[in-house]
Design a protein around this ligand. Structure first.
Ligand code: SAH
Length: 213
């Protein structure tokens, strides 16, 4: 797999676009500048890797739009050394962004085909999550909790309680909530029993599905 000057140049333009759309976290932008997103795309879509759009990957799933990945990562408000749980591994691109930022990553995928493909692919290109799990993200990963951040990369019809319970105090759950359209919602754990909620606009995701497949 190649990463040419042309690819790097296209990524620079993508980063400029993300800045114009309001992304300000320099660590997030640097990660996007560094990661060859075209490696994560199915061959038919490689030419579109640096357009700010979502694209199909295996098993009727999508690689999220770069703006969406950037925005969700920014909303986590994490720094190097933090631990993040991702729900919906998909292509592995969001995991790679977190790993580039020096974060320890746990990630769950419910689609077996994608799980197998991505768990081979990510280490091959040098990105090593602490754990990649084939399982149901609604349940989180209680055995490795608590986390500084949890990011859900599929549209959730409701907020799964186990995910809130697996946040550290001060930690954040970034979750798109809704059926057809989702509201990007952030829950910050302020104490053992209290959470602050903030909303950050409309997005569209593939659905968060129950159980593994
Ligand atoms: N983060 C991914 C985005 C993938 S799209 C990326 O960067 O490419 C959302 C993913 O969530 C899909 O792969 C889908 O199979 C997965 N998913 C849906 N419901 C899930 C669940 N309950 N648990 C874990 N993964 C789930």
């Amino acid at each position: 797999m190649k990463d040419t000057f042309t690819h790097k140049g296209m990524r620079k333009k993508l980063v400029d676009t993300l800045r114009k759309k309001g992304i300000t976290n320099e660590e997030v932008l640097k990660a996007i500048q560094n990661i060859p997103r075209h490696w994560f795309m199915d061959s038919g879509f490689v030419d579109h890797a640096y357009v700010d759009k979502a694209f199909p990957i295996a098993a009727e799933q999508t690689i999220s739009q770069p703006y969406t990945v950037a925005r969700q990562t920014e909303l986590l408000e994490i720094t190097a050394g933090d631990t993040v749980l991702e729900i919906g591994t998909g292509s592995g691109y969001q995991s790679a962004v977190l790993l580039e930022m020096g974060v320890t990553v746990y990630t769950i995928e419910r689609q077996n085909e994608l799980f197998k493909k991505t768990s081979l692919f990510l280490p091959k290109i040098g990105y090593r999550p602490k754990k990649m799990v084939f399982g149901d993200g609604y349940k989180g990963l209680p055995e490795f909790a608590p986390f500084n951040g949890i990011v859900v990369t599929a549209g959730a019809p409701f907020v799964p309680k186990p995910l809130l319970a697996q946040l550290k105090i001060g930690g954040r759950l970034v979750i798109p909530v809704g059926e057809e359209v989702q509201i990007m919602t952030v829950f910050t754990r302020t104490s053992g029993t209290h959470f602050e909620k903030a909303e950050h606009g409309e997005f569209r995701f593939v659905p968060l599905l129950e159980d593994k497949n």
